[in-house]
Design a protein around this ligand. Sequence first.
Ligand code: G3P
Length: 218
Amino acid sequence: MKFFLDTANLKEIQEAVELGVLDGVTTNPSLMAKEGIKGTDAVMSHYKQICEIVDGDVSAEVIATDFEGMIREGEALAELHPNIVVKVPMIKEGVKAIRYFSDKGIKTNCTLIFSAGQALLAAKAGATYVSPFVGRLDDIGHDGLQLVQQIVDIFSNYGYPTQVLAASVRHVPHLLQCAELGADVVTCPLSVIMGLLNHPLTDKGLATFLADHKKVNA
Ligand code: G3P
């Protein structure tokens, strides 16, 4: 299973790289805004910096919602670095853009997936990744993980190469359940990855080992 960090924060990306478990990064306009990145040049330069830190796919989202605009933006993003994946929203024009990018060998991540039908359409258009938003479905009383299961099953039935990238993953149980369901990738905040470290019995056991070691070496 691949771990992507869902952030535009360079320090957090660096920290995850240093832990040795990071496979890529996903960003979106909200995450860029959170880092105070303003203007096209600053946005492009920020994506480049992310690509220099992490050795893996980096999703960069188009802002345009028309086909021509998405192509223009996506091609400019793809030229920035070989690891850029063009993130395209799940709308009609987005499906056309995914087909266009796929035919050109440009990787895509179809974002804002909230149904299995949307995921199937994106896979048929040749998306590299589809991003079902687990937490946001849970927020409205649906079952985000059930959607991940449905998409994993459908892609496996037909051998689609499109990878299921579980997004809006908010906590450790989300991540672990995505792993059980066979999602190819999870993208989440650094706190969720760090949360995997924690167990009180590990802390307790380590404290005992260290105390006993002190006694032996006293
Ligand atoms: O990758 C999509 C993700 O950023 C959405 O997460 O927590 O805002 O629903 P969240």
